[in-house]
Write a protein of this length. Structure first.
Length: 633
């Protein structure tokens, strides 16, 4: 009997090994098993129990697909038109990225993810070409349009599997999700998760924000608490942030707001004195027998909670009061959110998602021809090339730039050329919309990697490559899609400087040090930069380098001796400093009218301007040629 049992056990283990190998090699079987377990009560337990080591350990993940296969997938010849090739000029000059990808966090993963996204996009384009009638293609195009607004009204109590709202094109700065409901049930605990797209081989997607409301506390506290965190298959749960915080002295600012509002956890009588006496919650703070601590959610009472996407993190307000802020974490940016999931003891009334990224319907665009880019001319190369950082689903920001400062006469005449540098998205719908936008306007340069914040230095490199190898411009400028650039003033400044070689022009920082605190968004380890100070560098929203510097950046990249540093504007300063040490004479030209944060009258570059502010700034210039600001964003 024991021998029989031992034989069965060995055979079972052998079959499990074969099954796991098959799962890694066979995405169809993998998909089948993922569907079979999609209704599990605790999907995270399933992930931890079944993921093969190659997906648990990010250091081993590069072994699943070889570098050669990745490069072949991304840079292989595709059946696309010459017009479509226009968006791949820089792409085809970045083949060496995979060789240096290990120098930036998640660099290899971003290229691998781009390989999957690119194959899916090319397959979709091929399928579109095989469409039988124009009518069917038009119908599909309308179905693909990213909605600006989504809502689910009259929702009932959450089922065991929870509530899900698909965000077809992700979130962007200014997007918000409002949840109206009543905590109920035995405990009244509930959770809100903003999830991304699951990678191949991962049964569950990453959680970009885990917002867990525990009305009766947990193992750490008996008082009500909000716990915020992230989760990925590769790294499991991150470091949780609690509100109220057990260590408020360590609280950081996110978008200039406390991570946890200090009123949470305070005696309600004090909270009541800080707010209007007639408010519903203030009238309930005392029951005449005992004190209560303020907490934004209460069992049996209606709450209106709104998650809003900021520039540095996601903020939560409840019944009009600001409660928490959660800073974005590495590779978990808001544009990668694809779904809202709500579960637990909550009677859900409605969920509304607004301010979502949506692509403009070019068929209804009246001024379409005026918005298309001017083709590059080898006979008349641009004097200035401007590269604009953008992410795939920032449709509105790019349209605002096209309708405002890209309408300057030097841009429309070809003296200045402007292109957006955009990485691929994990969401195929977003990539399809991006591809259509690139075909329509001719001003997008696609990047062979998925957009993560810590990879933006690659875009700086790409701008140098395009500005010199493709556009042959005398000067190369870098800016962002939320920056308003007075092109006429930039050209005027360059003419006054009269320096054609060795120039760095912008808001120069000559006395900055690396952030050594691990809590900082810009944390730099000693391994990344061992020196006490940085060399001079220009702030990212708007700086210009002469063509010789941009060419030298590309040459050093090809030779494998360009230091890849994750802070892109500092990286440019480091590169220029090394050139200076090797004999190149550098002119650092500072201009304090390039504003790194916000806008001031008389600006040359104004940063952190949303689409409405961009249009307002342009209108003021058109009315009186006066560079006046339009208020806060």
């Amino acid at each position: 009997m024991k021998r029989w049992f031992g034989g069965v056990l060995i055979a079972s283990l052998f079959m499990l090994l074969i099954l796991r190998f098959a799962l890694m090699k066979n995405p169809i079987g993998e998909s089948y098993l993922m569907n079979a377990f999609s209704n599990a009560s605790n999907p995270l337990e399933w992930v931890q129990a079944t993921l093969p080591p190659a997906y648990k350990n990010p250091e081993n993940s590069t072994q699943v697909i070889s570098n050669d296969a990745i490069v072949f997938s991304l840079f292989a010849q595709r059946n696309i038109s010459n017009e479509e090739q226009e968006s791949l000029h820089t792409w085809n000059l970045l083949k060496h990225l995979i060789d240096q990808a290990q120098f930036l966090p998640n660099g290899v993963e971003a290229i691998k993810e781009a390989g999957n996204a690119w194959n899916s996009l090319m397959a979709s384009i091929e399928e579109e070409r095989r469409g039988s009638t124009n009518e069917s293609l038009n119908r599909r195009a309308k179905e693909k349009q990213c909605p600006h607004f989504l809502n689910q009204v009259n929702a009932t109590s959450l089922a065991s599997s929870g509530f899900k709202l698909r965000l077809t094109c992700g979130l962007t700065q200014g997007s918000s999700i409002t949840i109206i409901g009543i905590p109920n049930g035995l405990l009244g605990n509930f959770r809100i998760d903003l999830t991304g797209e699951a990678l191949p081989g991962e049964p569950d997607p990453p959680i970009i924000l885990h917002y867990n409301v525990r009305l009766h506390g947990d193992q750490i506290t008996e008082d009500p608490v909000i716990v915020q965190n992230t989760w990925t298959a590769a790294h499991d749960w991150g470091e949780e942030e609690r509100c109220p915080s057990p260590t408020p002295e360590k609280s950081k600012k996110v978008d200039e707001l406390d991570q946890c509002n200090k009123i949470v956890g305070r005696n309600d009588t004090l909270v009541a004195s800080l707010h209007s006496k007639g408010s519903r919650r203030s009238s309930m703070v005392q029951d005449g027998s005992k004190r209560r601590r303020y907490f934004p959610f209460k069992q049996g009472y209606l709450s209106v909670a709104t998650l809003r996407v900021g520039s540095e993190g996601i903020q939560m307000t409840v019944d009009g009061k600001y409660i928490t802020s959660f800073a974005y974490r590495e590779t978990l940016e808001p544009w990668l959110v694809s779904e809202v999931r709500i579960s637990g003891d909550l009677k859900l009334i409605s969920v509304v998602a607004s301010g979502l990224p949506t692509a403009e319907d070019s068929e209804r665009t009246v001024d379409l021809e005026a918005l298309k880019s001017v083709p590059l001319s080898p006979r008349k190369p641009p004097h200035l090339f401007i590269g604009v950082f953008s992410t795939a689903n920032n449709f509105k920001r790019r349209m605002a730039v096209r309708r405002t400062w890209m309408q300057y006469a030097p841009v429309r005449s070809g003296t200045v050329a402007v292109r957006f540098f955009v990485g691929l998205h994990k969401n195929q719908l977003v990539n399809e919309e991006l591809w259509n936008e690139a075909r329509t306007y001719g001003d997008i340069q696609l990047m062979p990697f998925v957009d993560y914040y810590n990879l933006i230095t690659w875009k700086t490199l790409a701008i140098c490559i395009f500005g010199t190898e493709v556009a042959s411009a005398n000067y190369v400028m870098k800016t962002d899609d939320d920056a308003f650039v007075r092109v006429d003033e930039v050209l005027d400044s360059l003419n006054k400087i009269k320096v054609s070689n060795g120039l760095l022009y912008g808001l120069i920082n000559s006395d900055s040090k690396p952030h050594r605190s691990t809590d900082s968004k810009w944390y730099i380890s000693l391994e990344e930069w061992p020196e006490e100070k940085y060399p001079p560098w220009a702030h990212g929203p708007g700086y210009v380098v002469s063509g010789d510097i941009a060419k030298e950046v590309y040459r050093r990249y090809k030779e494998g001796r360009l230091k890849i540093f994750k802070l892109e504007d500092v990286a440019m300063g480091i590169w220029i400093n090394q050139m200076e040490k090797e004999g190149l004479k550098i002119r650092y030209e500072n201009n304090e009218r390039i504003y790194n944060e916000g806008c001031k009258d008389g600006y040359i570059v104004a940063h952190y301007q949303g689409p409405r502010e961009m249009l307002c700034l342009w209108q003021k210039l058109q009315e009186g040629n006066v560079p006046r600001c339009c208020g806060d964003r």
